[in-house]
Design a protein around this ligand. Structure first.
Ligand SMILES: C[S@@+](CC[C@H](N)C(=O)[O-])C[C@H]1O[C@@H](n2cnc3c(N)ncnc32)[C@H](O)[C@@H]1O
Length: 230
């Protein structure tokens, strides 16, 4: 269904733009989860308008579910597709039973969550042997954003990026993170491969890998040993 241009917010534009990229195989900005054959249920945590699942086009035999805290994005998604079930929920408190999904994905949304809590929830709703696919924010991105805000003399935005930087360091070193002071529980961090490996292991994942990709992509399998995958 078409979404009329005049009605679109900036967030709508973001989600629709990401959908367009996801639907364009040769686009260098495209990063999509490979869904293994045999997967019958997929959950996208922090799905926005469901763009990743919509573009993945899993077919009628696969249950595709997306959750997000942004009701406006979910409403946009419901206008775009009937094939993905979209629900309002926090990544840190998923409203699903244990082991409900064969695969969980989270594309550039974990950096805005409490990472240890969200990973524990993702492990809980995955069946044993189920696969997790994540895209993350590297430290270089936060450092670049901080430098840009400083150069622009935007003190408020620079302060926020400095908080994201400090939070990422705390997550890497201690597996802990903190909400932005006075930010109504808003939080954000960057991630590292080492820090994520430790957090994924504590959440009950194995076969943890950083994927060869221009983007920061990590995968893991619920309840498997830490050796490389076959
Ligand atoms: C950068 S967008 C990514 C959207 C989509 N996954 C994509 O790949 O284009 C981040 C999304 O995470 C959502 N989000 C932020 N914090 C969240 C939380 N605690 N639980 C669930 N979703 C969250 C935002 O509302 C937003 O839709």
């Amino acid at each position: 269904m078409e979404v009329v241009a005049a009605d679109r917010t900036a967030d709508d534009e973001y989600h629709l733009h990401e959908l367009e990229i996801a639907r364009t195989p040769g686009d260098p900005r495209r990063v999509m989860p490979p869904v293994p054959p045999g997967v019958r249920s997929v959950l996208d945590v922090g799905c926005g308008a469901g763009q990743t699942l919509i573009a993945t086009d899993l077919g009628p035999d696969v249950l595709a579910v997306g959750v997000d805290v942004d009701q406006h994005a979910l409403a946009l998604g419901r206008r775009l597709t009937d094939d993905v079930l979209l629900a309002g929920a926090q990544g840190e408190a998923l409203p699903f039973r244990d082991g409900a999904f064969d695969m969980v994905l989270c594309r550039v949304a974990l950096p805005y969550m409490h990472v240890p809590t969200a990973l524990a929830e993702m492990a809980r709703v995955l069946r044993p042997g189920g696969e997790l696919w994540l895209t993350l924010h590297p430290a270089s991105m936060t450092l670049r954003e901080l430098a840009e805000r400083v150069r622009a003399r935007d003190a408020r935005a620079a302060l926020y990026r400095a908080y994201v930087l400090a939070n990422g360091v705390a997550l890497h070193l201690a597996g802990r993170q903190f909400p932005f002071p006075g930010g109504h529980h808003r939080q954000e961090s960057f991630q590292t491969e080492g820090g994520m490996t430790r957090l994924l292991r504590s959440a009950g994942f194995g076969s943890i890998e950083r994927r060869a990709s221009p983007f920061f992509v990590m995968t893991a399998v619920k309840g498997e040993g830490l050796g490389p995958r076959a």
